[in-house]
Design a protein around this ligand. Structure first.
Ligand code: ADP
Ligand code: MG
Length: 349
C-alpha cells in the first residue's frame, strides 16, 4: 500500500511495520515450491504453467459484520474460513488447488494486535494441509471493519473442469458429508452459544462444539473435488455455500433441468437432529436452506455410480435424488407429499 502516513503528519506511525509483516509472511509462505518461479516479495508472483492443463481461479470477499463478526470469530478460525471458501470453489470445479493470494484491510487498532498474525496462522495451516502455497496479496488499512479477499487458483486437465451446467435427466444427485450444522451453529452463536473450553467430556457440550465448529471451522472437500474431476465421475457440481435449496436451483438452472430430492435421504447432521429439535430449530429446514456447510453437491450418470469411492479423506457421500425434466422443476418428496423447493438460503442483497 501507499504510505499515506507521510501525507498525514498528524497521524502517528504504527509501531508495527507493514514491511516486517510482509517479510515474515514471505518467510512463512516460502519462496520456492513446485512450479513456483517467484512468490511473495516481487511486484507479482510468477508460476509455471503445465502443458495440457487449465487454470481455475476464484475470489471470495469476507466483510466484517456482513460475513463474520469479530466478537464471535477467533482470528485463527477466520483465516481458516477465508481460504476454505475459496478452496471449496476450486473443489466444486473438480480441480486441484495450488496457489493462494490474500488481501487484507484492517483498522489500525486491529493492526496493533496480533490479529493478522493469528489470521495467517489459520490460513497457512489449512493451505499447507492441501499443498497450497501463499504467493502474494495486499495489505491496507480500513476505517472500521476488517475486509479479507481470498483468491485461490488451481489446475485441472484441459476440458475437465466440472461445470454447473453438465447435469442431464436421469443423473443421480449426491452430496458429500452432512447438512445443516453450519446454519444451526450460526443460529446458536447468535443466541449466545460459544465453544466449551473445559467440560469436553460432557456429551452435550461435545455435540454443541461440533455444531459450532461446522460454522466456525468449515472443511473444504478438496479431496472429493479432485477425485470427482480427475476420474470424470461428476457431470455437474456446485459447492453448498448458500444452502441446498439455492444451490440446487442454481445447478438445475445452469443445466436446464429439474430435480427430485427425497427428504428421507438427506444426510442431516446427527447432532443437529439431536440438539436442535429441543431448541425449536427444524433440522430439515436447516438442511434444505441453511448455508455454509461447504459440502459438494454433484450429479453422476447412473452407469458411473458404481465407480464412486465410498469415502475420500474420511468423508462419505449420500445419494439424495435424481435429475428430472426442467418442466417438473426442483422438488422435494416428503413421505407421500411432493412440493416445490424454492431457493431459501442466504443472499447478500
Ligand atoms: P506493492 O506496492 O507492489 O503492492 P506490497 O508491498 O504491497 O507491494 O507487496 C510486496 C509483496 O508482498 C508482494 O509480493 C505482495 O504480493 C506481497 N504481499 C503484500 N501484502 C500481502 C498479504 N497481506 N498477504 C500476502 N502477501 C502479501
Ligand atoms: Mg501492495
Amino acid at each position: 500500500m501507499r504510505d499515506e502516513q507521510e501525507q498525514r503528519p498528524d497521524h502517528k506511525r504504527s509501531t508495527k511495520s507493514e514491511f516486517d509483516f510482509i517479510d515474515a509472511l514471505r518467510q512463512r509462505a516460502g519462496t520456492s515450491g513446485h512450479s513456483l518461479v517467484a512468490g511473495i516479495g516481487d511486484d507479482a508472483a510468477v508460476v509455471r504453467s503445465t502443458a495440457g492443463k487449465e487454470t481455475v481461479i476464484t475470489a471470495d470477499l469476507l466483510v466484517e459484520e456482513i460475513d463474520f463478526r469479530r466478537t464471535t470469530t477467533p482470528p485463527y478460525l477466520l483465516g481458516h474460513k477465508a481460504i476454505t471458501v475459496s478452496l471449496s470453489d476450486i473443489a466444486a470445479m473438480g480441480a486441484r488447488p495450488l496457489w493462494s493470494m490474500v488481501s487484507i484491510g484492517v483498522p489500525e487498532d486491529v493492526w496493533e494486535t496480533d490479529f493478522v498474525e493469528r489470521l495467517y496462522d489459520g490460513l497457512l495451516d489449512l493451505a499447507s494441509r492441501y499443498g497450497v502455497q501463499l504467493i502474494g496479496g495486499d495489505t491496507s488499512r480500513t476505517n472500521e471493519r476488517i475486509v479479507i479477499d481470498s483468491i485461490v487458483s488451481g489446475e485441472c486437465g484441459a476440458g475437465m473442469a466440472v461445470m454447473r451446467s453438465g447435469a442431464s435427466v436421469g443423473d443421480q444427485v449426491f452430496v458429500t458429508g452432512s447438512l445443516g450444522a453450519a446454519a444451526a451453529g450460526l443460529r446458536l452463536i447468535e443466541r449466545g452459544a460459544h465453544l466449551a473450553e473445559q467440560n469436553l467430556a460432557d456429551d452435550d457440550s461435545q455435540k454443541l462444539d461440533h455444531i459450532l465448529l461446522r460454522q466456525l471451522r468449515p472443511e473444504p472437500r478438496v479431496g472429493w473435488g479432485i477425485v470427482l474431476g480427475e476420474e470424470r465421475l461428476a457431470t455437474s457440481m456446485i459447492d453448498l455455500s448458500d444452502g441446498l435449496s439455492s444451490d440446487l436451483n442454481r445447478l438445475c438452472a445452469a443445466s436446464n433441468v429439474g430435480a427430485l430430492v427425497d427428504s428421507a435421504l438427506l444426510p442431516v447432521d446427527d447432532r443437529v437432529t439431536e440438539l436442535c429439535g429441543r431448541r425449536a430449530l427444524d433440522p430439515l429446514q436447516l438442511a434444505l436452506h441453511g448455508g455454509e456447510d461447504f459440502e459438494l453437491l454433484f450429479t453422476v450418470k447412473p452407469a458411473d455410480v458404481a465407480r464412486l469411492p465410498r469415502r475420500v479423506d474420511g468423508v462419505e457421500i449420500k445419494r439424495i435424488g435424481e435429475i428430472a425434466d426442467s418442466r417438473d422443476g426442483v422438488r422435494v418428496s416428503e413421505g407421500t407429499r411432493i412440493w416445490e423447493l424454492k431457493p431459501g438460503g442466504w443472499v447478500h442483497f
